[in-house]
Ligand binder design. Structure first.
Ligand code: 5GP
Ligand code: MG
Ligand code: MG
Length: 198
């Protein structure tokens, strides 16, 4: 069934069951690799809140969970202007930090994450992202755990929004493009997206 959010239509893309399966597979790998650690999982708000919630519920060992809040997206486009809205509030010296990202697109947000953690003296910085758009990724940072590789098309649901809408959907939907809408995707809807948060 199509979902309409403001001016755009989205079609079903990744089901709730497929997402849960991908999350479980990531958890299984991380749990083995970090079985001797007490990791601190750091979610990047807003988009990662659902992923973090499901991930840590499935995680079989003791762990800590915290969030930082960054904003990068403007409507349906990635921007290089990453804003820090809520930063780190605790000492991470010698900690195994696992970043939980909803999606890695251009990698600009990830670059900012690396900047934020560079001076924190962490033991290791591990990157785990549920979704990854390899065709859009422009950086060299290692992605340690990837849930699902997807094409470079705009998606919503499972924490991901379009102008603040769609985060509540338990499944993921992909922008339905028509000839008319291709223009919208390339150039952005007029006036849309101001203040949209990552
Ligand atoms: P990047 O900085 O890697 O270009 O993008 C990272 C952030 O942009 C993600 O954390 C996410 O919030 C947002 N983003 C990237 N791709 C998409 C997408 O397809 N849909 C939505 N709703 N947000 C996206
Ligand atoms: Mg994000
Ligand atoms: Mg967003």
């Amino acid at each position: 069934m199509l979902v309409k959010l403001q001016d755009l239509y989205f079609k079903p893309f990744i089901s709730e069951a497929e997402i849960q399966d991908a999350v479980q597979k990531m958890v299984d790998k991380v749990a083995i690799d970090l079985k001797d650690e007490m990791p601190i999982f750091v979610g990047i708000l807003n988009g990662s809140f659902m992923f973090v919630s499901d991930f840590v519920k499935k995680y079989p060992h003791p762990c800590e969970v915290t969030f930082i809040k960054l904003a990068s997206y403007d409507g349906v486009k990635s921007t290089e202007d990453i804003q820090r809205l809520i930063g780190l509030t605790q000492d991470l010296t010698n900690r195994t930090v696992v970043i939980l990202e909803d999606i890695i697109d251009s990698g600009n947000t990830l670059e900012e994450v690396h900047r934020i953690f560079k001076n924190e003296n962490v033991k290791q910085l591990i990157i785990a992202t549920l979704f990854y758009k390899p065709e859009a990724y422009k950086k060299d940072f290692k992605l340690h755990y990837v849930g699902l590789e997807i094409p470079s098309k705009f998606i919503v649901g499972y924490g991901l929004d379009y102008n603040g809408l769609g985060r509540d959907l338990p499944a993921v939907y992909q922008l339905k493009t028509t000839q008319h809408m291709t223009n919208i995707v390339l150039f952005g809807p007029p006036g849309a997206g101001k203040g949209t948060q990552a």
